[in-house]
Design a protein around this ligand. Structure first.
Ligand code: GLY
Length: 402
């Protein structure tokens, strides 16, 4: 438990990959950092994530997606160094595998869609190559013989998020971040003028004073009290169910990350696999349900018949944090000293190194270095939208006090 009257330079709410990565960076810069986690560190969405680093495979049509691509590509570039730094600091290998990704088409309709996806990536200058069925099977002999074709994305890789979380936790401990688990934050506290944070109040009423508060509580980030409407953020939970599988024969059934209609199969170096994931808008209910899991298994089996011989180790469920445009909210909120780092939706693992860097630049008051990326992620964009829609016509514009 935090001590009575405790204070810190920065209080981080949430000990998932985003909160811990940012806490580590802030502590490395000499800030006194306290992290508060409502349950167990790294046991929510980060524990369930498959760990794909897939900005190219995941790119979609539309302007928002292009802005997201810029973030994803930048963070993907940072991953090898981030992984090496974590390993050097903790001795933990985070399982970065750089074997690329294949997007699979099983039939003519899916192949036409892949052609459209190839054209999109070509127009964005992204390296992607069409493979005939025989070429795809040379890469991955376990693919179904009835395969139609595939796209190869050589630059999209994967890490093992559970190892990353182990490493981050250890790196935080070793640098002197104070981490408290099973501690719930009731609200953000602000000064008498309501313009600047002064810390947080815990559910049992204890305050922790801080110059800055970083809200990195994933899908729960919008649930923290004490923020006036103009300072709140519309974050919603998006449920994902995912299976953890293990090949008793060891590694080698599949080497690339495989993506197919409705799912993906991510191999780990030790013969384990993540097979995911459903994308369901069902509020905060953390239920596993047969329908979604059945679809995943059916699709995976049609693409790689050998999956039927894998053992099921776990069925996991988690909540991704989504914003209205599904881009992250990273930046100064409409309250001095309040910083957001949430809304990473399907890309929390991918975007962790970049998010930590952006948050550090804000905390260290060096944000001009990342002005363009921070503009893309500004949490204030939703307040702006609300104002333009006229739904909050009586509210004055958010006042930004840094
Ligand atoms: N990034 C994959 C997922 O969220 O399912």
């Amino acid at each position: 438990m935090p001590q009575h009257g405790q204070s810190a330079d920065v209080v981080v709410v949430g000990a998932g990959i985003i909160g811990l990565a940012a806490a580590w960076r802030a502590r490395q810069r000499g800030m006194a950092v306290t992290v508060l986690e409502r349950e167990v560190a790294g046991r929510a969405a980060s524990h369930v994530a498959a760990g794909m680093l897939a900005p190219v495979a995941e790119v979609e049509f539309g302007e928002d997606a292009r802005r997201g691509l810029a973030l994803g590509l930048r963070s993907a570039q940072m991953w090898p160094e981030f992984a090496a730094e974590l390993q050097a600091a903790t001795g933990i290998d985070v399982g970065l595998t750089q074997t690329g990704t294949l997007l699979i088409a099983r039939d003519g309709d899916q192949a036409r869609e892949l052609q459209r996806q190839l054209a999109l990536r070509d127009s964005l200058g992204l390296e992607t190559r069409r493979l005939r069925a025989s070429q795809a099977r040379e890469h991955e002999p376990a693919l179904t013989p009835t395969l139609h074709s595939a796209l190869e994305v050589p630059s999209d890789h994967a890490v093992d998020p559970r190892r990353v979380l182990d490493a981050l936790r250890e790196a935080c401990r070793a640098t002197g971040v104070e981490l408290h688990e099973h501690v719930r934050v009731a609200q953000v506290e602000s000064d008498r003028t309501g313009s600047r944070v002064t810390g947080v109040a815990l559910e049992d009423g204890w305050p922790i004073q801080a110059e800055r508060v970083l809200l990195a509580a994933g899908a729960w980030s919008g649930e923290i009290g004490g923020l006036p409407e103009r300072c709140s953020l519309p974050v919603r939970p998006v449920r994902g169910q995912i299976l953890r599988l293990r090949d008793p024969a060891g590694a080698g059934l599949v080497r690339h990350v495989l993506r197919f209609e409705g799912g993906y199969l991510v191999p780990r170096p030790d013969g384990r696999y993540a097979l995911g994931a459903t994308v369901e808008e069902r509020g905060f209910a953390l239920r596993t349900e047969l329908g979604g899991v059945y679809e995943l298994l059916r699709e995976a089996h049609q693409v790689v018949p050998g999956v039927s011989e894998l053992e099921i180790e776990e069925l996991c469920v988690g909540l991704r944090p989504g914003t209205p445009d599904n881009l992250p909210a990273i930046g100064q909120g409409a309250l001095g000293g309040l910083v957001w780092a949430t809304g990473h939706y399907r890309n929390g693992i991918l975007l962790a190194p970049l998010t930590a860097e952006l948050v550090l630049s804000l905390l260290a008051e060096e944000s001009s270095r990342h002005a363009e990326l921070l503009a893309t992620c500004s949490p204030l964009r939703f307040a702006e939208e609300r104002r333009q829609e006229g739904r909050h016509a009586t509210l004055s514009p958010p006042e930004v006090v840094t």
